[in-house]
Design a protein around this ligand. Structure first.
Ligand code: SF4
Length: 371
């Protein structure tokens, strides 16, 4: 059964003021960003809003989610953000969030996001040393001090959505969690560095007996779960718990929920997902454009149907795996192997198994204690 898109990721600006070495937009296989416009033109923003409104009407959606993304979306400026948010909300109620590196956050942006009810998520990789190992300016200097200034402006405001942390095995998981906690986030997202079977993530070897990322996340889970009171949300852990108890996940890469997200680039072209850029050039391409195609035409593509097919869209190995209902085979981008495509388990398979079993064992123990 085909389901409508509910989340629209809009690439408001196609460049970034930082030069992070682990960025999947600029540093991985897909280099088409070089030929796209720097910023989304107002006509493209308007057309995108029309298409979102059209999709919402067709499917009777009461609301949609819009993520302002980049590159660095704040480079688009206040007027462009106001325009696109207004254009979408003129057509359908929209929960809007923005994913930023935080260095350009100032009082004006904080006021704008508060006024428009835009939730802000900032990319922070842990403490200053952890963060500045990767998230550097073009001259090689770290960005942590600037990011912390930006996050400080969000503290206590309703627009503060949370932090996005890319896992680096060199950082201690408990210390990383506690460093992030020091920025008082309502939510933390841990992101595994993107990679696949042909370009494995750092430290992820072919040795199926090792689960370095699973162990890292399990240690962070124990610290988070054991806190005497709730300190913050951690999306991957909360989603896992929901799915382990039989619920549906709300994020791709956990559980078997269908993919309901689509991306519009600065030039109006429509992509299935931006993280597929980590697999190969054009991996996320739909060949369609908001100027000439509706989102319903995107929904009809076989690649989108595969992403909405639940267990049937998984590799044979995953379908036979006892954990597949919880794991979901991981993110599609992480299943890729050159020359063979996406019909594989995740390159993080041992890590996902380790984490799921760890969380399940902890919950089982606690439930047994209650009984
Ligand atoms: S990626 Fe691994 S753990 Fe996940 S469903 Fe596939 S085989 Fe199972």
């Amino acid at each position: 059964m085909t389901l409508p898109f509910r989340q629209f990721v809009l690439k408001l600006h196609g460049r970034c003021n930082l030069a992070c070495d682990h960025c999947y937009v600029y540093e991985m296989a897909d280099q088409r960003w070089r030929t796209r416009p720097r910023a989304m033109a107002p006509e493209i923003a308007e057309r995108t809003a029309e298409r979102i409104g059209e999709h919402a009407r067709t499917w009777g959606l009461a609301s949609v989610d819009v993520v302002l993304h980049g590159g660095e979306p704040l480079l688009a400026g206040e007027a462009a953000i106001r325009h696109v948010v207004g254009a979408v909300r003129d057509r359908v109620p929209a929960r809007v969030s923005v994913q930023t590196n935080g260095t350009l956050l100032d009082q004006r942006f904080a006021d704008l996001f508060t006024e428009l009810g835009i939730r802000v998520s900032v990319s922070v990789d842990g403490d200053e040393q952890a963060h500045d190992r990767h998230r550097v300016r073009p001259d090689g200097t770290g960005s942590f001090a600037g990011v912390r200034r930006g996050v400080d402006l969000l503290r206590g405001r309703s627009c503060y959505g949370g932090l996005l942390c890319t896992v680096d095995l060199r950082n201690d998981p408990v210390h990383t969690y506690e460093a992030l906690l020091g920025l008082a986030p309502p939510m933390i997202d841990f992101l595994l560095p993107h990679g696949n079977w042909s370009a494995p993530p750092p430290g992820r070897t072919a040795d199926a007996g090792r689960a370095p990322y699973g162990e890292w996340l399990a240690a962070a889970f124990d610290r988070w779960y054991s806190a005497p009171r709730r300190e913050t949300g951690v999306r991957i852990f909360e989603e896992l718990i929901t799915v382990l108890f039989g619920g549906a996940s709300t994020v791709e890469g956990i559980g078997l929920s269908p993919a309901l997200m689509v991306v519009v680039e600065t030039d109006g072209t429509i992509e299935q997902s931006d993280i597929l850029a980590s697999a190969f050039e054009g991996a996320g391409s739909t060949g369609l454009d908001v100027r000439t195609a509706s989102f319903d035409e995107v929904l009809a593509l076989p690649e989108i149907r595969a992403r909405q097919a639940g267990a049937a869209g998984l590799s044979a190995t995953c379908q036979e795996c006892r954990l597949h209902r919880v794991c979901g085979g991981g993110l599609r981008a992480h299943r890729y192997r050159e020359g063979e495509g996406f019909d594989h388990p995740s390159v993080y398979c041992p890590d996902l198994k380790h984490l799921i079993r760890h969380v399940r064992a902890r919950l089982t123990r606690d439930l047994a204690a209650i009984r």
